[in-house]
Design a binder for this molecule. Structure first.
Ligand code: GDP
Length: 466
């Protein structure tokens, strides 16, 4: 019929390489997490460790991979993930952390796999493409805006801000503004700028809820009207041409022109997802930040729930993400004796997020990992007690030092549901100064950079497809 004909013609008309890849399986792996969660380091180390698989014993299919190599990515208009520069930063003579994710980027790693077993021996090797898509978690949280009007979003954002010292400057500025007066661009810009600084400070203080995401990571939209608004209380009768009306209009433009295309072009095509979480950072920042992380995890998981909102359902056309991994990063800040506690916290957060988001469908798992291990373990005597420490090179000053970051409870609920009066302080002052530089590496041939459980993460994410 017509369709078969046009498919045949389509296959004829494209070059060899493209028609070949049409029939080769592709896994689209999304990597997300809030800023500084560790996306760039994760992708760089994952790719390096998939190319040199000596440190990937828990990736069951690793033995079947004959070679892994980078290829041009399928999407010509998406920036390429700058793998070579990031790897050079991490593995050079004076290693340093690479530049963090600021926007969407993509990288294709192709794996030549020799299937094992009776049938595998008969067929030749096949190629599996792993398309890695890196995107800011802040952008993902914007999904929540799609089914919120400006009035609703502003109300919620303002009421959350009431309780935060950081927001008082913005709240005062908003209170001193006649929102029903005619739009005056400098007034709109000043409000938006103050609101944005508040969001940035809140993020730095460990809060995870920070919509609109592009206020933190604008991509190429910096300064555009769609990014120049702020939450304002609705006046009794909003006047035409008023500041409030214009803010409402810009908020809607942000949803339509910024949020929607991102979900359509990137999010809707993902098969597997890893969400990186700086759980240690939130625990160190205190109970409010943990509570906020908990909300953010439910929101993130909610974004993957089939049928959660009409907008997304229409985009996805029944396609769904098959596996989602929530990984606490930077576990090399803790001695391995404490890793089970960190994992238990992640598992409790994930259970809670599943409940809150009423989630079903994809396979989920929680883990604690370090994509690039920057420390070694050391047990020290301290006043007759042994302390499980980690040692690394300090980012500032370049000196080696060993730290005891504090202790995590065995029962995660002590962190997740702290007593209302007298919440305990987990991860003490030492954690604050534990800013390590990546270690100088002397990698034996065949080994990728050192990590903690990156192979397990890879097994969960792609192992079944190798
Ligand atoms: P992104 O914003 O999500 O891309 O975050 P990055 O990958 O740039 O990581 C942010 C920072 O977290 C890095 O500069 C490092 O300081 C730290 N970091 C990330 N991964 C690790 C890790 O595995 N171990 C340690 N010790 N630090 C890490």
């Amino acid at each position: 019929g017509d369709i078969a004909d046009s498919v045949a013609r389509g296959v004829e008309s494209i070059g060899d390489t493209v028609s070949e890849t049409l029939f080769e399986p592709t896994i689209r792996l999304g990597v997300t997490g809030l800023s500084r969660a560790g996306k760039t380091v994760f992708i760089t180390s994952l790719v390096a460790n998939l190319m040199d698989r000596g440190r990937m014993p828990q990736l069951a299919g690793a033995g079947a991979i004959q070679t892994a190599y980078l290829q041009p990515q399928p999407d010509d208009t998406v920036p390429r993930f700058d793998y070579e520069t990031h790897l050079a930063a991490l593995t050079g003579a004076t290693p340093h952390w690479p530049d963090s994710t600021r926007a969407v980027s993509e990288l294709r790693l192709s794996l030549r796999v020799q299937p094992s077993g009776l049938l595998g021996g008969l067929s030749g090797p096949r190629t599996v493409h792993l398309d890695i898509v890196d995107y800011p978690g802040e952008w993902l949280l914007d999904l929540g805006l799609m089914d919120k009007s400006y009035t609703q979003w502003a109300e919620e954002t303002l009421s959350r801000a009431q309780g935060r010292d950081l927001a008082q400057g913005f709240l005062q500025q908003a209170a001193g503004t006649d929102v029903n007066a005619r739009l005056d661009e400098p007034v709109a810009q000043a409000l938006s700028a103050t609101f944005r600084s508040y969001l940035q400070e809140a993020r730095e203080a460990g809060f995870s809820d920070c919509t609109p995401g592009r206020f933190l990571l604008p991509g190429d939209l910096e300064g555009s009207p769609a990014l120049t608004f702020a939450p304002l209380p609705r006046p009794e009768a909003p006047a035409r041409g008023s500041l409030w009306r214009e803010m409402e209009r810009r908020y809607e433009a942000y949803k339509r022109r910024v949020v929607k295309p991102f979900f359509r072009d990137h999010f809707a095509r993902i098969d597997r997802q890893v969400v990186l979480v700086d759980a240690l950072g939130a625990i160190h920042a205190g109970p409010q930040a943990v509570e906020d992380l908990r909300g953010a995890m439910a929101d993130i998981l909610g974004a993957f729930r089939p049928g959660r909102n009409a907008f997304l359902t229409k985009l996805l056309l029944g396609k769904r993400v098959e596996r989602i991994l929530f990984a606490a990063t930077k576990a090399d800040h803790l001695h391995h004796a404490q890793h089970p506690q960190l994992t238990a916290i992640m598992e409790a957060l994930l259970r809670d997020a599943r409940d809150r988001a009423d989630f079903a469908g994809a396979k989920t798992q929680a883990m604690s990992i370090a994509a690039l291990r920057a420390t070694v373990e050391e047990t020290r005597d301290h006043n007759g007690q042994t302390l499980d420490c980690v040692r690394g090179t300090l980012l500032e000053g370049g000196k080696q030092a060993a730290f005891y970051p504090g202790k995590l409870p065995r029962d995660p609920s002590r962190i997740l549901n702290p007593a209302r009066d007298g919440a305990e302080d987990w991860l003490g002052a030492d954690y604050q100064i534990m800013r390590f530089a990546p270690a100088v590496l002397d990698l034996p041939p065949g080994d990728g950079p050192p990590h903690i459980r990156l192979d397990r993460a890879a097994q969960f994410l792609i192992g079944d497809r190798l």
